[in-house]
Design a protein around this ligand. Structure first.
Ligand code: SF4
Length: 241
């Protein structure tokens, strides 16, 4: 488990990480997080949109990291419930060092340049402005990041490793919950009595921005991400590549 121990953070490469991912496939998320904190210290950050996975990761992180660092991308289009949840999580974890990162232009400035409802006409461009650029800016000071992605969530996530090389940004990415199931996630949330977005109880298994074309409710048993950019070929916002 201590394969990262003798590796200077700057010297970790893709081959090392592929080896680690195989070694760590069955490791508990808590152990992966402990190793991430030990290796990267304050050059590590958690990306949180306040989905259940990132709240679980935070609950695990506080046991091994006294002042965990995280960021939240505030697109300007979040559901009110998501913003209330952010405050509930901050109250539950007062040790959290949360940075709220916004786009370079307000919604009004974006509307003036591109017209209203860019998210309906060109969601890729809207995500590039309001999510991807802020993410790249938020990650720039760090050497490694933690995300709540799970293989089960979609075919595009089916091959992710518990640790991998983020080639777009030249840094290490940890996916400690990669192997977890939906059932495991919600069992942990209930057992630890963690706060979660009430929209999950109203048919929204995956919650992003509030326009209906970006996040719609789905029927019981449907693909959990089928409510995202409904009717479009788009399945990811571009944060995870
Ligand atoms: Fe824009 Fe929708 Fe992407 Fe949010 S999810 S950034 S509103 S296209």
């Amino acid at each position: 488990m201590n394969l990262l121990q003798d590796q200077p953070a700057m010297g970790i490469d893709q081959t090392t990480l592929e080896h680690l991912a195989r070694q760590w496939e069955d490791l508990a998320p808590e152990a992966i997080l402990a190793e991430a904190v030990r290796c990267f210290g304050d050059k590590l950050v958690l990306a949180s949109a306040f989905g259940p996975e990132s709240i679980i990761l935070l609950d695990m992180l506080v046991k091994v990291w006294p002042r965990p660092q995280a960021f939240f991308l505030d697109t300007g289009f979040h559901f009110p419930e998501t913003l209330v949840l952010k405050d509930r999580v901050l109250a539950r974890f007062p040790q959290l060092q949360l940075e709220v990162v916004g786009p370079l232009m307000s919604v009004e400035q974006q509307n003036a340049i591109y017209g209203e409802r860019l998210h309906d006409r060109n969601p890729d461009h809207c995500c590039a402005i309001r999510k991807v650029e802020p993410l790249n800016r938020a990650l720039a000071p760090y050497k490694a990041w933690i995300a709540g992605m799970r293989r089960e969530q979609s075919p595009t996530r089916g091959q992710i490793g518990v640790v991998q090389w983020d080639s777009r940004r030249g840094m290490v990415k940890f996916n400690p919950l990669a192997t977890w199931t939906h059932k495991q996630v919600w069992a942990y949330i209930v057992e630890r009595d963690l706060p979660y977005n009430p929209l999950h109880d109203e048919g929204f298994p995956s919650i992003g921005c509030s326009p209906l074309n970006c996040t719609a409710p789905v029927a019981d048993g449907a693909d959990p991400r089928s409510g995202r950019w409904r009717g479009k070929a788009k399945t990811e916002c571009g944060l995870h590549v």
